[in-house]
Design a protein around this ligand. Sequence first.
Ligand SMILES: CC1=C(CCC(=O)O)c2cc3nc(cc4[nH]c(cc5[nH]c(cc1n2)c(C)c5CCC(=O)O)c(CCC(=O)O)c4C)C(CCC(=O)O)=C3C
Ligand SMILES: [Fe+2]
Length: 376
Amino acid sequence: MTTQTTPRTDRTALVAPYDAVLLLSFGGPETTDEVMPFLRRVVAGRGVPDERLEAVAEHYYAVGGRSPINDENRRLLADLSAELAARGIEVPVIWGNRNAEPYAAQALREAAERGIHRVVAVVTSAYSSYSSCRQYREDLAAAVAEAGVDVVVDKIRPFADHPSFGATNADLLVAAVEPLLSAGRRPHVLFVTHSIPVTMNETSGPPDAGGRLYERQHEAIGAGILAEVDRRLGIRLPGELVYCSRSGAPHQPWLEPDVNDRIEELAAAGVTDVVLQPVGFVSDHMEVVHDLDVEAAATCERLGVRMVRIPTVGRAPSFVAGLVDLLLERAAQARGEQTVPPVWSPMTQVGPRPSTCPAGCCPNPRAPRPALCGRD
Ligand SMILES: CC1=C(CCC(=O)O)c2cc3nc(cc4[nH]c(cc5[nH]c(cc1n2)c(C)c5CCC(=O)O)c(CCC(=O)O)c4C)C(CCC(=O)O)=C3C
Ligand SMILES: [Fe+2]
């Protein structure tokens, strides 16, 4: 028997019509001098009080001014390149951010100089909301305009409901919970995500779909992960969704409960073990290492509650492979092929999201701005 192998050049055709992959992320500071300019850029025009900015700056100064996020993305970029190469797909992977160097505009300008004309963006954000989806689409429009280049940019769909994201998160929880159960402990699971303004949650998703898609996606992934723990370990753990990193003006309502407030309540109700799983994020950046590993850990310490923090999907091979599957799915769609976008089975009620967002999806809470990868 001989094995049929596809020639390398043919496999590179799987990513056509794209001639580069753009890793698009939030960005973070790398030195103390970069901290305040970074924070001012993040909150420009958002009405976030100075006291909040000064408090957040301290989180960054406490780690020498260097957020982990850029290094996480450098490693993810290397892993994406390696996964593409392992599949015989030869395509450059470039990197651009919203809030820190290398900015998306820089990345596109350099890409255009290398003769790149059509790019697929892999965004490091899984869920649907203005901050986590449309704002990146606006970033892309602004980056193309600022760079003044003739580059077409598409992006992968929001992937909270993709099998690789759900299954990788479930694997991570199972691995962490197993030794706790063996030790006779019965942890309470807190799925953690970034709080957003209540109104931003209400308008998240397509205009005709009932809103609250951000919250519904998180509720569904949490329920799916708990069902997977039950299936594999034979135990129905208690679990719920909580929020971290509330920002904004004090009078503006944001999603609650805050992770620390909820730990207080659980401790008062007699809970002695909590497991925190940051399903809202894809890497262990500042919102995770500060808000959970420092703040929530201190809350637990004070209350005598034992805490285990689960890693984010980060560079898990199954997650990286999923991102490559997603960008190849986008390429097939761009070639006009019929695709059946896979959905993690517990999330069929909320997914899949389309690769091209419908008009009015996850609207900008302030003034509308031009956005790519959508119908408006
Ligand atoms: C939904 C969402 C995600 C997840 C999706 C995604 O990943 O995109 C996310 C990620 C992140 N948020 C981050 C950092 C910050 N977010 C802030 C402020 C805000 N976030 C918001 C939402 C989100 N944010 C919102 C509605 C605001 C209010 C201001 C505004 O309307 O825009 C502020 C301002 C100061 C403050 O915290 O008040 C900072 C410093 C970092 C970088 C961490 C690092 O440096 O390692 C990351 C990955
Ligand atoms: Fe944020």
